[in-house]
Write a protein that binds this ligand. Structure first.
Ligand SMILES: C[S@@+](CC[C@H](N)C(=O)[O-])C[C@H]1O[C@@H](n2cnc3c(N)ncnc32)[C@H](O)[C@@H]1O
Length: 237
């Protein structure tokens, strides 16, 4: 990195401005580093840098099949922005969220995370807030779609319309939501596609949902830990 680039990427842009980070003039690794730094500095994601980088790596893998990037649990849109950054309008990107806060826990969650129930991660204008994250970094291509609603209401409809999924990222924390997303979307994941579970090591219910689902469906592909405190992924064969 030369001194100009060092200066450029050691800063974040003023909150009011909108920036183009995919101009092709800037090396992609540098643009990514800058995007992640800005998303974190502006609190547009709850996900840490390690997981954002791992998301980038999964989405930009050379052998990834054709298809869309899908996130269930968007909140303020930081991870969806990273997906859109990789897709560059060449792949559809879908983000699903109630934008109304976390649903109630079930007994499988064993009380974990009860403080978050009803908390709206993205604030009162959740959908618009997530949209602003995409706009801000000029990532709101028309192939990037945010869908508001409870998974139980939206996914059955969209699951039949979605293109095959190349990367499915589940970040909805609790047992019921994680299980529901897997039951509804896993068959849409293309062979060679990647499933990322943000909260596997963080929430008992999430882990239970994934373990039960994999057992039921005879999925033996190794679960790879990408963040020891939180995230795993596996590749569909
Ligand atoms: C931990 S946050 C997602 C964080 C986000 N990926 C990021 O980059 O910061 C979890 C989100 O899942 C959503 N969510 C959880 N269960 C849901 C359900 N059953 N239907 C719709 N949205 C749900 C919540 O509204 C919340 O915004």
């Amino acid at each position: 990195m030369n001194s100009f680039q060092r200066r450029l990427f050691s800063t974040t842009v003023p909150a009011a401005s909108k920036v183009v980070i995919t101009s092709g003039l800037v090396p992609k690794r540098l643009a990514l580093r800058w995007l992640i730094k800005s998303l974190k500095a502006e609190k547009r994601t709850m996900v840490n840098r390690r997981r954002l980088e791992s998301l980038y790596a999964a989405c930009s893998h050379l052998l990834l099949p054709d298809g869309s990037f899908v996130e269930c649990g968007v909140a303020r849109g930081g991870c969806t922005a990273v997906m859109a950054f990789v897709a560059r309008g060449q792949r559809p990107v879908w983000g699903f969220d109630s934008f109304e806060g976390m649903p109630a826990l079930t007994e499988e969650d064993e009380g974990q995370g009860k403080k978050a129930v009803g908390v709206v991660a993205a604030g009162p204008d959740g959908l618009q807030d997530a949209q602003r994250t995409l706009d801000r970094f000029s990532l709101a291509h028309k192939s990037v779609k945010l869908v508001k609603g409870w998974f139980e209401d939206t996914l059955p409809h969209y699951a039949t319309q979605l293109e095959p999924i190349a990367v499915l990222r589940l970040d909805s924390d609790w047992y019921k939501s994680t299980r529901y997303c897997l039951e509804t979307l896993y068959d849409r994941v293309a062979p060679g596609g990647v499933v990322i579970i943000d909260d596997y090591h963080a929430f008992i219910g999430c882990r239970k949902a994934v373990d039960e689902f994999r057992l039921k469906r005879n999925i033996h592909g190794p679960l790879i830990t990408t963040d020891a405190r939180s995230e795993v992924r596996w590749q569909k064969v």
